[in-house]
Design a protein around this ligand. Sequence first.
Ligand code: ADP
Length: 563
Amino acid sequence: MFFDRLVGGKIPGISLRGSQWLATIALGLLYVLSGPLTDLFPHARFGVQPWSAHPAIALVMVVYAGVGAVPILFSAVLASWWLVPVADTATGEFSAALVLTAVYLGAGLALDRTTNWRNPEHGLHDLVGFLAVATILALLVSLVDGTPSVLSGAVGERTEPVLFVRLFVGNLLGLVVLSPLLMYVAADGSRAAFARWAGGSALRDGVLFLIVQGGILELVFGLRLWDEFRMSYLLFLPVGVIAMRLGLFGAALALPLTQVGMLAALSWTGTSTGTAFEFQLAMLTLSVTALAMGVLADEQRRAAARIAEHELALREHDRALAQAQRTASTAELAAALAHDLSQPLSAIGTYARASQVLAQRGDADRSQLIDTLGRIAQESARAGQYVRRMRDFFRTGVSHQDRIAAADLIGNTYEHLSDRARRARIRWRSRIDPGLPPLRVDAVQMGAVLANLLNNAYDALADWPGPREIRCDAYRIQEGAKTMLRIRVQDTGPGIAPEVRERLFTPLATTKPGGMGLGLALSRSITERQDGRLWFDPEAERTTFCLDLPVQDPESPETHGGT
Ligand code: ADP
């Protein structure tokens, strides 16, 4: 049961694929050969080498090939002891190999199960998991390795702890230094790992690393200007730099290279096993730090990539939003045109019908007919001008600046609506203060804004049983040094319905069955583009809308053209 849970219900790699066989055999050979290669220092009292590559190779074999690696692993363990006999391992060698293989298997499966170590994109979680598994594995392997020496009496009681600590550090160091790189090669396939190494600036960084690290080794161990041990910390610097630049892969490559360089230098200078052990302890600290730096650099790179991805998505979103807004504006323009063109068009229809009646009468009054036809021409010109100006405005944002008296703006707009006022029997009152400066606005657009306010007032009064009056006043207002002109439109209707009160000036707020709720929203945007303001006065007794407009600068006699 426990085993099942450990391996997640299935036993990975119980039968190996062709390439897995090859890789596992290659790792097995490496296991056997690494023994003599690490057997560099005099065996001294304990016969212990300051580092061992065995646990690292075995761990990678199991992570890579699963339970299927066991026969090769077991044979490799036996073969390595045959090549480099460690203490008195003749007795119980077979059972010791079995125990060791089981320990490797457990550690490999645990690592594979608890971390994503097989995936080349490692996170801090994976590194912590790896270090935990590596520590436990190093401990167990040290016990298996050291016990025969203790049992044979080769080690005194007092030195037993030293033996185990040295074995532990050597095994852990091997794991930390070697297994990340082996894992990369096994997980990625060596081709992918090489491509990563050779790609971009990695190759240049790698060559530079070799040169610098070689130079430092020569400085510390070759020239021996100072005590080697004191200066060996210089080796940390290039490893740190490469870990920051190339992430965990950089650290995984730099560590074995540094280790090989350091071991070569130590054995070449005839360093004693004890001193070599101290160097290896320093190397262990460096290795863990470099791996952590590499993982953090990778995580930072991934986070930066994610942020860049998000920014791209955000920009895409903004573009889509702007596009949607443009589409909405176009729809608003179309709706506004339909809304405001209906007035001159229905006036044209009415005048045309009247002309027809006049023309059919035998005693047609020619002057009345001509007058009615003239009105048709006037209305159609108004419609045409309106369409042109609105199109200009929405396409380019250009407003014309006309010099127009408030009385004319109000008079012209009312004139077009007067028929409606008469028919609905609505009283019209207007008071325009004398001596007002002329307005500086686009007369056509402002006419449309005012017409919209008046039409709303007419609509409000259409079925209103109470008093029916619209008032339109114009007077001067002073804002600091700035003079403006206010056109105030009031009606005695029922007032603004509560459901639209809060969003009067937002599109689609309407209470009218055929209404589009665009009139006030568009009127405000047109007014604001002309440095004016359109607002509803909730304090006033009657329903009151105010249009504050800029006046002509008294210095400049006339202004024309676009703003
Ligand atoms: P629409 O006229 O198409 O409804 P508007 O933006 O011009 O669009 O008006 C929005 C709403 O504001 C109207 O439906 C109406 O309910 C309210 N409203 C505007 N002016 C008045 C007014 N003078 N009296 C009462 N309600 C008004």
